[in-house]
Design a protein around this ligand. Structure first.
Ligand SMILES: *[C@@H]1O[C@H](CO)[C@@H](O)[C@H](O)[C@H]1NC(C)=O
Ligand SMILES: *[C@@H]1O[C@H](CO)[C@@H](O)[C@H](O)[C@H]1NC(C)=O
Ligand SMILES: [Cu+2]
Length: 171
């Protein structure tokens, strides 16, 4: 049993050191109509290296858009479009990012999100985001230039998981 405690302590200590927070968009509500994402986002701190996790049913999607299209709920000029129910967006640079659901009227029904991404300074990681490791994204987007960085983080997390699994396995 002591080994389990050691392993859990190790995970708790090691995970925040990565400073990569996975923000489950909308919390328990996920990506859905009739959620106030302005309100949700105001309770989060977004930093470079974090991930937005959109979880949604098949009648929704995730479009990356510019500020003007965010303001006007215009889905016609999407910079990126994702479907599939589980979209992980890597926050790779400082600045604002805007999202909406392209299904007709869903943006008007609240499915729009603006995040302000800050530089990822040490010690500034948010305790409010979910840090639950998620399965790989099923989106069809090409990898971005920062994919390597995130790949490393994922490998780090995988390493922690394997250490935990190994320790638990030896009880
Ligand atoms: C969402 O919440 C913000 C404050 O967090 C508020 O200003 C805004 O009016 C709300 N929007 C809607 C559509 O209720
Ligand atoms: C974010 O990074 C992960 C890990 O490298 C990658 O699998 C995923 O496709 C990326 N997501 C986007 C939207 O680029
Ligand atoms: Cu929708």
């Amino acid at each position: 049993m002591a080994l389990i405690r050691v392993a859990i302590l190790f995970l708790m200590v090691a995970t925040p050191a990565v400073h990569a927070v996975q923000h489950t968009v909308g919390g328990n509500s996920g990506w859905n109509t009739n959620v106030n994402y302005t309100s949700w986002a105001s309770g989060q701190t977004f930093a470079v290296g974090d991930t937005l996790v959109f979880t949604y049913s098949s009648n929704h999607g995730v479009d990356v858009i510019n500020q003007n299209d965010y303001n006007n709920c215009n889905a016609g000029n999407a910079l990126q479009s994702y479907t599939g129910g589980n979209t992980n967006i890597n926050l790779t640079q400082v600045g604002s990012m805007y999202f909406l659901c392209p299904t007709p009227n869903h943006c008007q029904e609240g499915m729009k999100l603006a995040v302000n991404v800050q530089s990822g300074s040490p010690g500034a990681s948010s305790p409010s985001g979910s840090t639950t490791p998620s399965p790989p994204s099923t989106t069809k987007s090409p990898p971005t230039g920062a994919a390597g960085i995130f790949g490393s983080i994922n490998h780090l997390m995988l390493g922690f998981s394997l250490v935990l699994a190994a320790l638990v396995g030896h009880i």
